[in-house]
Design a protein around this ligand. Structure first.
Ligand SMILES: Cc1cc2nc3c(=O)[nH]c(=O)nc-3n(C[C@H](O)[C@H](O)[C@H](O)COP(=O)(O)OP(=O)(O)OC[C@H]3O[C@@H](n4cnc5c(N)ncnc54)[C@H](O)[C@@H]3O)c2cc1C
Ligand code: FES
Length: 350
């Protein structure tokens, strides 16, 4: 850890924070409780782009697709990967929605207490932490791999001292194939930091809710559902969970039980290759059939970038505005390398 620290001033609020030379500006801000927009925290999506007004930043490992050469020339930076080389002043968007509490990022040590194969290629990982982590339902943690890299995983439970993550195996993936699906075992020590992200339930919005999840995009939805149940929900909530076949469904019994005990909630598994209740189809197609007009809803989308993009298109065609749609794209190293799906409209739910 570097001893060298610099002062980062965030305009227009004028907040001043200390940032180590080996720390990203976003990390320093989030640890001080200064909220800045961010999503992937790995230089891939461009959500944390900000203008440097004064001083010098090392731009770090910013994807050339998320931070274009011309933007670099004009003094823009991705704060999730940029580190200070001098005192700096940046211009950040520091808007926080009403009714949302910001929880500063902290490091947490923990021990694996469950590692269960919940469907082919998906593991549920439960980690008991040495102290409880507060977060808004929908947010994620960064899990540190034995190689010192970090990978984002959405929190599937309620805030507390045991966290639940749903992890999908990636062929030749460093964290999954190389660790979580290989050597990791119950009893192992792990460390996480968090909470991160701006994909979380907006409690102040009282419209009926559409939750659209692809694969392990179910994880933050499970947290959102439990949070709604714990605070007493008065709006209709419909969850579509898209997977290829019946064998890929997971948390199916839990969701059926949850639907049976909460009359405000409907669970609609969507199988793209098998049929379910006589229906076969991808989530965006089924949603388009069920909601020719979706105006008046608020939607939360989570899964692969392709799943989120297709679901977004379906909802916008059904007249739902971008301001009514919140999204979490599960970008990975392949998306980062290819730049596919990373160019996002600044209008889309943040
Ligand atoms: C905000 C957020 C939340 C997330 N939450 C979840 C979650 O709850 N559950 C979940 O399962 N996933 C989640 N993800 C995705 C997850 O963080 C990892 O990306 C995923 O688990 C793969 O990690 P890995 O280290 O195994 O694979 P990586 O090593 O990152 O590789 C991923 C794939 O890309 C390929 N690859 C690696 N490098 C390159 C390259 N240079 N060029 C081309 N291909 C390459 C690999 O072979 C592999 O198939 C989330 C992602 C984000 C951004
Ligand atoms: S949050 Fe910085 S690029 Fe995604």
């Amino acid at each position: 850890m570097s001893d060298e620290t610099y002062t980062v001033t965030i305009e227009p609020i004028g907040a001043e924070i200390k940032c180590r030379a080996d720390q990203t500006v976003l990390d320093a801000c989030l640890r001080e409780g200064v909220w800045l927009p961010h999503a992937c925290t790995h230089g891939t999506c461009g959500t944390c782009k900000a203008q440097v007004l004064e001083g010098d930043l090392d731009l770090g490992d910013a994807s050339p697709y998320a931070l274009l050469e011309s933007e670099r020339d004009e003094g823009a930076a991705l704060l999730c990967v940029a580190k200070p080389r001098s005192d700096v002043t940046i211009e950040g968007e520091v808007d926080v929605d009403d009714g949302v509490e910001i929880h500063p990022v902290r490091d947490y040590a923990g021990r694996v207490v469950e590692l269960a194969e919940v469907s082919a290629g998906v593991r549920r990982l439960r980690v008991a932490l040495t102290s409880p982590i507060p977060f808004n339902p929908g947010q994620y943690v960064l899990l540190r791999t034995p190689d010192g890299e970090t990978r984002p995983y959405s929190l599937a439970g309620l805030p507390g001292d045991t966290i639940e993550l749903h992890v999908k195996r990636s062929a030749d993936g460093l964290a999954t194939d190389g660790w979580i699906f290989k050597d990791l075992a119950v009893g192992d020590d792990v460390s996480v930091s968090g909470p991160y992200g701006q994909f979380f339930l907006r409690p102040a919005r009282d419209e009926p809710v559409l939750l659209l999840a692809g694969g392990t995009g179910l994880a933050p939805m499970k947290a959102i559902l439990q949070s709604l149940a714990s605070t007493g929900c008065s709006r209709q909530v419909v969850l579509y969970h898209g997977v290829p076949t019946v064998d890929d469904l997971y948390e199916h019994e839990w969701l059926e039980r949850f639907a049976a005990s909460h009359q405000w909630f409907s669970y609609r598994p969507a199988l793209s290759r098998d049929s379910f209740d006589g229906r076969t189809g991808r989530v965006p197609v089924l949603v388009a059939e069920d909601y020719p007009r979706a105006a008046g809803h608020v939607a939360y989308l989570c899964g692969s970038p392709e799943f989120v993009a297709d679901s977004m298109k379906a909802l916008m065609k059904a007249r739902l505005f971008p301001r009514d749609i919140y999204r979490e794209d599960f970008f990975d190293s392949a998306d980062r390398a290819s730049g596919r799906n990373v160019v996002r409209s600044p209008l889309i739910g943040r």
